[in-house]
Design a protein around this ligand. Structure first.
Ligand SMILES: Nc1ncnc2c1ncn2[C@@H]1O[C@H](COP(=O)(O)OP(=O)(O)OP(=O)(O)O)[C@@H](O)[C@H]1O
Ligand SMILES: [Mg+2]
Length: 497
């Protein structure tokens, strides 16, 4: 019998949790005894080291790497020392460290759930599953961060939840806002939106900017990056969450950073988050007065100006019962136990987990390009048609019929599209796959073709295109276009023991 763990693989910090003997989620500390682990890697004498030291050194030379979560699923390589790694490889290094630490403290891990931002696309989801595999974790499920957080608040909230809630997650790299419907422990995400480049990281950059300006004012000289690093900036930023101003000593010079100026400079970022909240209310077809509670997630919600913005936007005091940077991993541990093999649970744990039920809905539309007759204009138009609508319960499978347009047609071109709204104009959709299906010859126009889109538990899409008469078909598993990960063994040789 092994343990289940939930891992919040964050842009800046990661956390892991398990289910204790009594069926409650609890944080698993890393080998340094910390609840959260920086998602940063340092290359030292051919070893890859994850953690605090890497975070301190981040950005100082080529031997450190961080913030790669933002690149997940992209077909790019990131440099570390004189080697190059895919974002999935680097995530795997972080996951491996977490796995090793967890095994040391709680024993063998049988199943793990890793969380991802709700707005991660197919490729980023696949890349996350890949990273877990490279790290040697048995990950059957990934779960959206807001869902994990809501699950945790619903489970541990102390009182039964019921109605519409919001999950406001401002972390290190990303901002996510989700509107959820909760019935007891039943969590249904009805609308979710996110910005993949809005978070504490941007606040740190603003602190650096402020420090540079002040330094120039005081000394007339340009402040070198190594004299005031990102991690220095982060410390000062955290201090500004508690006080009105901080004095910083750089190269025997004293500069002062004020909360007032910091707040002025981050105002446009906070506005961006506010606007996304408003449009998400519209999308969920709710008004702010329908929201019974706002759950806070992410370390950056500790910034007083952010907290104030949440109060103003949601017209209520947000709910923040536990450590905001641990909520997602705690929820992921619950989800791991809920989805996983119940044989791994004791009787008490089973009973606790039986109370959980989670369903989610799609956050995007998926469709295909087709020629559609416009009777009004008496013309045929090429447009995007939707097969899976936004808001469909997951997992789901939908089939639509299409027809060949001319006699003797032996081929169809297929495009799989993704859009945030039910868009008709092909210029405004993302084409996530393109291909062709060959058809039998000598047939009249109007042959029926069945397009089936299947969206699985992990929100990864699989599509099937079938010529009804002949049964000819094409199956598409939307996964990473290029598998550009290094092999497990290649990563292995660099891992810290
Ligand atoms: N007291 C504080 N004041 C201001 N910012 C804080 C404070 N504590 C933590 N943070 C910031 O919170 C961020 C980390 O939050 P969290 O651990 O939730 O993010 P993450 O999960 O790594 O990111 P993401 O969810 O975007 O992937 C960092 O930018 C950190 O500096
Ligand atoms: Mg997070």
């Amino acid at each position: 019998m092994g343990n289940v763990i939930g891992i919040d693989l964050g842009t800046t910090y990661s956390a892991m949790s398990t289910i204790d003997e009594t069926g409650r989620p609890k944080i698993v500390t890393n080998s340094e005894g910390k609840n959260i682990t920086p998602s940063c890697i340092l290359l030292t004498e051919n070893k890859l080291e994850v953690g605090e030291e890497a975070r301190r050194m981040l950005g100082l030379d080529d031997n450190t790497c961080g913030r790669f979560k933002r690149e997940m699923g992209k077909n790019i390589k990131l440099k570390l020392g004189n080697k190059e790694y895919s974002p999935a490889d680097l995530s795997a290094v972080v996951l491996k460290k977490l796995k090793q630490d967890a095994e040391k403290s709680i024993g063998e891990i049988s199943e793990a759930v890793v969380t991802i931002p709700a707005n991660f696309n197919n490729e980023a989801r696949e890349a996350t599953m890949d990273a877990a595999k490279i790290a040697g974790l048995n990950v059957q499920y990934i779960v959206n961060e807001p869902t994990a957080a809501a699950l945790y608040y619903a489970f541990e909230g102390g009182h039964e939840l019921g109605g519409i809630y919001a999950v406001y997650d401002l972390g290190g790299g990303t901002f996510d806002i989700s509107i959820i419907q909760v019935n007891g422990q039943d969590v249904d995400v009805i609308a979710t939106n996110g910005v993949q480049v809005l978070g504490g990281d941007d606040f740190d950059n603003i602190i650096i900017e402020m420090a540079k300006e002040k330094y120039k004012e005081v000394t007339g000289e340009t402040l070198a990056s190594e004299d005031f690093t990102k991690s220095n900036a982060e410390e000062e930023k955290k201090s500004l969450s508690k006080r009105e101003k901080v004095t910083v000593r750089i190269n025997r010079q004293i500069i002062e950073l004020t909360k007032k100026e910091f707040e002025e400079k981050i105002a446009y970022l906070i506005t961006q988050a506010e606007m996304l909240c408003e449009s998400t209310f519209d999308e969920a077809k709710i008004s702010v007065s329908d929201i019974k509670g706002v759950f806070l997630v992410g370390g950056s919600t500790r910034v007083p100006a952010v907290l104030q913005s949440v109060k103003d936007t949601f017209k209520q005091e947000p709910i923040s019962t536990v450590n905001v940077d641990e909520v997602v991993s705690l929820g992921a541990a619950l989800y791991a136990a809920y989805k996983g093999d119940k044989a791994n649970l004791n009787t008490v744990q089973k009973k606790a987990i039986e109370q959980i039920s989670v369903t989610e809905s799609t956050s995007k539309c998926f469709g295909t390009e087709a020629i559609v007759r416009n009777e009004a204009r008496n013309s045929d138009e090429v447009m995007n048609t939707i097969i899976i609508r936004k808001g469909e319960k997951i997992p789901c499978e939908k089939t639509s019929s299409y027809f060949t347009s001319h006699e003797g047609q032996t081929r169809i071109k297929i495009k799989i599209t993704e859009s945030v709204a039910p868009e008709e104009d092909m210029n405004f959709v993302k084409i996530i796959w393109e291909g062709e299906l060959d058809l039998p010859p000598d047939r009249p126009a109007g042959q029926e073709l069945l397009f089936t889109y299947k969206y699985d538990d992990n929100q990864i899409m699989k599509c099937k295109f079938v010529d009804k008469e002949s049964g000819k078909e094409k199956k598409v598993e939307l996964s990473m276009a290029n598998n550009n990960s290094n092999t497990a063994s290649e990563i292995e040789e660099f891992l810290v023991e």
